[in-house]
Structures are given as C-alpha cells and as structure tokens.
Write a protein that binds this ligand. Structure first.
Ligand code: SAH
Ligand code: SF4
Ligand code: F3S
Length: 479
C-alpha cells in the first residue's frame, strides 16, 4: 500500500513562537477538491466520536458539516458506519490510551468489512510518536490527518476511497485560518464560535501549543458574522472559544482585542454569551467591566488556576502567583458580586510536596469554586515538565485528587444553598438524558438545572424555581 507522509514533527518550542503568520485568512471551497469528492458520501454513513475540549467539539461540527455536504449521513454506531472518525485529545495519557484501545479493538471489524474506512484526527494526530505507532501497529487505520489540515478532509477521503491508499497527512505548521467551512452544529440552543486557534503560553506540562500551533485570531468580522448566523438560526447562546481568549487579536496587532470583541458580540443582541478559556495572567479589568455592563454576557467565569503553590505555578510557567490570582478573584467579586467561578486544577505535578498541595486546598477554600475540573498530572513527551522526575506515587496523586474533589463538592454545595427557593433563568436544552419527563439546561450562573414543566420549553429561556440542590446540579420547576 502506498503511504503518503506529511511532515509531522512537533514544532520546536522557540521556533514555533518566532514564526510569523504567512497569510491571514483563506476561504474554503468544497468544489476546489476533485469534483467527484462532492458526491463521495452519497448512500453512505459516518460515525464520529469526539474526545477532549470544546475546540475539538467545534472541529467535529465542521467535519460533520463537510461530510454531510459530501452526501454522508450521520449514524450512532460503528457497525452501521462506512466511515469511522476518531477526533482525539492528547492532553493526558489516559485519554490517548482509551482511543488506542478502541481503534485496537476495531481490527476484527475491519477484517470482516475491509471497505469500512477508519480515520484518526485531532490532537493525537499531531504527535509524531503516535503517528509512528499508528503506521507500525494499527494497519486498520486508513486515514490520519491533523488539526491544521482538517479542511482538507474531502480531498483526503477522495484519495483514500479512490486511490486505495493509506493516507497520512499532518502539517506541523499551522498555516492559514480557513473561513467559510460548513458546519453541522450539535446543540439546537447554542453555538460554539472559535475566536482564535492555538496557544502561545507553553505551560510546562501542556501539549496543546504543540498540537494546536501558535495563536491565530480570526478576523472580527468573521466572528461577528458567525454570531449573527447563530441568532438567525434561532440559537440563544454564543460560546466563544480559544485556549486563551484574553489574548484575542494580539497577533493581529490589536490591544485589548478581546474586550472589544466581547462588546461587539454583546451588541449583536444575542441573548447569552459565554467564553472559554480565560487565563489569569492576561485577564484585563476592561473585560470585567464589559461583563458587568452587558446583561447578555453571563456572569460566570472559567478561570483555571492549576495550583495554589507559588513554587509549582512558577515551575508550570503560569506567570502568576496564588496571591495575584486571589487578588483578581477579589476584584471581580467586588465589581460583580453575583459572579460564579469554575477552574481547572492539577495534582501531583513533579515534586509537589504535601505543603504545596495544602496551598492548593487553601486557595480552593478561599475561592469557593462552583465546579473544578481536577486532573492527575500526566507527563506529555516533548513538554518541558516531561523531563522533570514524575516522582509522586500514584496512590498519593489519587489521594490528593480525592481530597480536592471532596473540597470542591463541599464549596459547590454551600454556594448552591444560596439559590434554594430562588428563581433562576434556564436556557432549556431539551429533555434530560437520564429522565424523559425532566428538562435540563444551564442557568445564567452556569448551573446545570434539571426541572419539570409543560411541553414545548425546548430552546426557551425559562424561569425555574429551585426546589432542590446538589453539588453540581439543581432541581426545579418551571414557573
Ligand atoms: N487552555 C486552557 C485549557 C487547556 S487543557 C487553559 O489554559 O486553562 C485543559 C486542562 O487540562 C488544563 O487547564 C489543565 O488543568 C489540564 N492539563 C493540561 N495538561 C495536563 C497534563 N499534562 N496533565 C494533567 N492535566 C493537564
Ligand atoms: Fe495549555 Fe497553558 Fe495553553 Fe492552556 S494556556 S492550552 S494549559 S499551554
Ligand atoms: Fe485535548 Fe486538543 Fe483540546 S489536546 S484538550 S482536544 S486542544
């Protein structure tokens, strides 16, 4: 079988930052690919499994859009599908092992039905050693493509299906921002809008700057066009996405571009705006002011802190101290008393002592988060932290994780107590997955609310009386 290899080296840390952006924006045209590619999926089904963060979810929506333009119909199981796509995440080893396990077990299916195509894309595809492993040990995978050449999916599929080749194409350079890609959105009530791609922060533990490249902002007019299109389609919420949204526009020479963008998005009149993820180091007071001023910018902030120990934060290269994080937190609370906070935390970073972990607990006690995504440190090859000895025994890491999770659950429950009996405004996403007669959705404070009510509340903003509380959800009745 003919194998076509693109370059897939991890970009050198310093080089990646030095590279200047070649061209700003390109426009996508499905029909620039061989004419036959546009009909390739007629009568065929695809199954797409997405792992990882919202950036990956949004990429999955773009792939779904492209596939459906080619005639493919979605399906929800591997057996029925003619094309299986695994849109992967590389942020921790456990996530990678799961994907490798799943595609490993597809060997038999592929042997039984050789015409089924199996594709792996997303962040794992940007890792050189993973691509090598796939080439050597996973012959059942027909197509590998990365995060920078996602827009080439129709052409790559064409080569796979008609050339009979195993196609491996991963770009190590990020290239242009490609606009006008089709999209099949996964939520009826809200839409994800990328405002920028990549990350320049290079936190020492994190692989994202390598898998997603350096920061590239979309043009403001393209972002606003997408927000307006969400409104036209009847969606109520725009979720602005970037690994470090506060850096929006810097690569385009803007100063405080994020606040400016946020205000313009709010001025479109869409009912709700949220944004992920903010970086404590870059957060500006003007952004807090914008949040305060506009009722349609939701008063909840995801502000990853990672650790409460200054020494660990320094070795993570996060660029702030626990004290400066708490100062920012206080400032926001002072200006917007009702604001809620969520965060990300890592336990067991190399060399983390009991005292340093205690500092994390102290910070968590101070900030009383409403929710935290907590992780056991996972060494990622090619990152600076991977060469620090991963010296904390797994039992200790697990124990710290448990203690931390308990603390977060306690503070979240205490915060929710204040909402008991109150009325919250919930964007109803539809019937709950667990119980048919119950709706679920998110309140302005970003609380998951399960509630009862009459038929027809889907995609409405509903006043819900809180009748019961849990750590990470509320129960209620529509008024
Ligand atoms: N851009 C965001 C999130 C990126 S990844 C930010 O800067 O906050 C999401 C989370 O995964 C991170 O916040 C971090 O808590 C966690 N994470 C990243 N790399 C990790 C690693 N090697 N081990 C464990 N957790 C990690
Ligand atoms: Fe990773 Fe840090 Fe960038 Fe977030 S800011 S994506 S944690 S390098
Ligand atoms: Fe994972 Fe890539 Fe997102 S590594 S967290 S899917 S940017």
């Amino acid at each position: 079988m003919n194998q076509k290899h693109g370059e897939y080296k991890l970009p050198d840390r310093k080089q990646a930052l030095k590279r200047t952006r070649d061209a700003v924006t390109a426009s996508y045209d499905l029909f620039a690919v061989p004419q036959q590619a546009s009909q390739l999926g007629v009568g065929k089904k695809y199954y797409l499994r997405t792992y990882g963060c919202q950036a990956n979810v949004r990429d999955g929506e773009t792939m779904a859009g492209m596939l459906e333009m080619m005639g493919f119909a979605p399906c929800d199981n591997e057996e029925e599908a003619d094309l299986l796509l695994f849109n992967t995440c590389a942020v921790r080893k456990a996530a990678e092992d799961r994907v490798l396990g799943e595609i490993g077990s597809l060997k038999t299916l592929k042997r039984q039905y050789p015409s089924k195509l199996i594709a792996l894309c997303g962040c794992m595809a940007q890792e050189e050693e993973i691509v090598d492993l796939l080439i050597r040990k996973y012959p059942q995978v027909d197509l590998v493509f990365g995060t920078h050449n996602l827009y080439r999916l129709p052409e790559l599929l064409y080569r796979c299906m008609h050339g009979g080749e195993r196609v491996i194409e991963v770009f190590s350079e990020e290239g242009k921002v490609v606009e006008n890609l089709p999209v099949h959105r996964s939520h009826p009530s809200k839409g994800f809008v990328n405002i920028m791609y990549g990350c320049n922060k290079f936190c020492t533990y994190c692989i994202v700057p390598y898998t997603r490249g350096k920061e590239r902002s979309r043009r403001k007019e393209d972002i606003l066009k997408e927000v307006l299109s969400l409104q036209k389609e009847g969606r109520r919420e725009a979720v602005l996405l970037g690994q470090n949204v506060n850096a929006y526009g810097r690569d385009l020479g803007m100063e405080d571009g994020f606040t400016d963008l946020l205000c313009d998005c709010a001025d479109t009149g869409i009912e709700r705006i949220r944004f992920y993820t903010s970086h404590p180091r870059d957060y500006s007071i003007s952004t807090i002011e914008a949040m305060r001023r506009y009722p349609n910018i939701m008063k909840s902030l995801h502000l990853p802190v990672q650790s409460g120990s200054d020494e660990i934060l320094r070795r993570m290269a996060r660029g702030y101290t626990a004290g400066s994080y708490m100062k920012l937190y206080d400032e926001m609370k002072e200006r917007i008393p009702e604001i809620t906070f969520t965060t990300d935390l890592i336990v067991g970073f190399p060399g983390e002592t009991d005292e340093q972990f205690q500092k994390t607990l102290d910070l968590v006690d101070y900030c009383k988060f409403d929710l935290a995504y907590t992780f056991i440190y996972s060494p990622r090859s090619g990152t600076p932290a991977a060469s620090m000895p991963d010296d904390i025994p797994m039992e200790v890491k697990k124990e710290r994780l448990q203690i931390l999770n308990d603390r977060i659950a306690d503070s979240a429950l205490a915060n929710n107590r204040r909402l008991e009996g109150k009325t919250v405004k919930v964007l109803c996403e539809g019937r709950s997955r667990k119980k048919e007669d119950v709706y679920s959705g998110y309140s302005e404070e970003n609380k998951l609310v399960n509630f009862t009510g009459p038929d027809g509340l889907e995609n409405q903003i509903v006043d819900v009386k809180v009748t019961g509380i849990h750590s990470f959800s509320l129960d209620g009745e529509a008024l």
